[in-house]
Design a protein around this ligand. Structure first.
Ligand SMILES: Cc1ncc(COP(=O)(O)O)c(C=O)c1O
Length: 425
């Protein structure tokens, strides 16, 4: 009954978490205006460390100008579903994307959530899905949908190669197998060892389905010690140099490229199949022209200046990670990518920590249980190239103050066991 369900929700950990976030002031806020990477909430200006606009394309005037130009040609919104017809901008994006990724083919749709909901059931059919326990909620939702249309879903411990190997080994040979994982994980900021996982999947004739929402635009091919993100921002498959055999890569433009659009990179055969089986391709509306235009302009800026922007993003992210090391604050991030979760020592202090961050001018994403495991309850800092060095100075200062004056009896942050001051600038 609705009342019973409502009563259970009221007392659920998820609802208690939301109430705490509201109390801390880091939930469902109305942003009145922005100024670069500063945001105004009510009368208060804060520095935004919760933005996913990693490359700062949301603030590039030449990208914004492209929207006006294309709207004058195409109007504001095409409105046909893609099944009926697509403005020339769509194939232009798919061609450039295929070239950038080095993938055999690509298909774009408005959002990653729409892709997961439709592509996972289409690819799994009545077969077996192996789902990483910490894959993004939207991947999970795609798997739930696939279960309703005949697939069986098994979960494996996050990033646990041996557990997945065991499950694949036990699976019957003649059945469709789909392994679903994140590329750059949205909370830890790390990628799986893709070369190992891809080889395992190939051995068992399984397809590997990867959500790289946070990786596309940030990491790319040929990572080196001096350029750990790699070049061109062409996502996790190129970063780990594993090729596209048996791999389906999903990514989006709504983070690094600051535009509403998402893609699925796959073989031409899979693309043909998806175009006639995915309800969200057949029946959902398209993205606005402004987004198609800003994606295309984003490709140009990425070609011209993307690697410099990524080097700057890496440098700013390293400043934060180095500072956490000096404070001996633990973070699951060992990749150097610009998502930095900072677990608090005592989960009961989370909302007070959030309140203090806000009070001292820093806006971050709080990460309560059950969104993250209990031992990782904390807050997530996201760095973008548009954050200034002065803003990073403020963040480091606020972290130091929290460390020196913790809200509870013990330390504010979970500690790393050993001090590590290597690479401190
Ligand atoms: C890892 C991951 N996948 C998918 C999504 C959803 O993307 P979209 O807004 O394109 O549906 C997000 C959004 O934050 C995400 O972090």
């Amino acid at each position: 009954m609705i009342t019973d369900a409502h009563e259970r929700w009221e007392h659920s950990p998820a609802n208690q978490g939301v109430i705490g976030l509201q109390r801390a002031g880091l939930w469902d806020q109305v942003i009145e205006e922005i100024d670069g990477r500063r945001i105004r909430i009510g009368d208060r200006w804060l520095v935004d460390f919760a933005s996913c606009n990693y490359l700062g394309f949301d603030l590039e005037s030449e990208i914004a100008a492209a929207a006006t130009e294309q709207i004058s040609r195409w109007g504001t919104h095409p409105s046909w579903s893609r099944m009926l017809g697509s403005p020339r901008l769509y194939p232009a994006i798919e061609e450039r994307l295929t070239g950038l990724l080095g993938a055999p083919a690509a298909l774009v749709l408005p959002t990653i959530s729409q892709i997961h909901l439709a592509a996972i059931p289409a690819l799994a059919g009545d077969g077996l899905i192996f789902l990483d326990q910490r894959a993004h909620k939207t991947v999970y939702d795609g798997c739930v949908h696939a279960r309703a249309t005949g697939a069986t879903v098994q979960r494996f411990r996050s990033n646990d190669f041996d557990h997945l190997a065991e499950l694949l080994h036990e699976a019957p040979g003649q059945v469709t197998k789909l392994v679903c994982m994140d590329g750059v994980n949205s909370m830890t900021g790390n990628t799986p060892d893709l070369a190992r996982f891809a080889a395992l999947c190939r051995t068992h004739d399984a397809s590997l389905y990867i959500d790289d929402a946070h990786g596309f635009g940030v990491l790319g091919e040929q990572p080196t010690a001096s350029s750990p993100y790699g070049i061109r921002g062409n996502a996790v498959v190129r970063h780990h140099d594993v090729g596209y055999d048996n791999i389906v890569l999903v990514g989006g433009f709504s983070k690094a490229y600051s535009s509403m659009l998402a893609f699925i990179a796959c073989s031409p055969g899979v693309k043909r199949k998806l175009k006639v089986t995915m309800p969200t391709y057949l029946y959902s509306g398209p993205v606005p022209v402004a987004s198609l235009a800003t994606v295309l302009a984003g490709f140009d800026v990425n070609d011209d200046r993307g690697d410099d922007i990524r080097a700057d993003l890496h440098r700013k992210t390293a400043r934060v990670l180095d500072h956490l090391r000096v404070l001996r604050a633990a973070t699951p991030n060992h990749s150097g990518f610009p998502l930095i979760e900072v677990p608090v020592a005592d989960p009961a202090d989370l909302h007070e920590v959030g309140r203090r961050l806000l009070e001292q001018g820093v806006y971050t994403t709080l990460a309560p249980y059950p969104g993250v495991p209990r031992d990782q309850v904390g807050f997530r800092i996201q760095m973008t190239a548009a954050n200034t060095d002065e803003q990073v100075d403020l963040l480091l200062d606020v972290l130091t103050r929290l460390n020196d004056d913790p809200p509870g009896e013990g330390p504010a942050f979970r500690r790393v066991s050993q001090p590590d001051t290597s690479n401190v600038q």
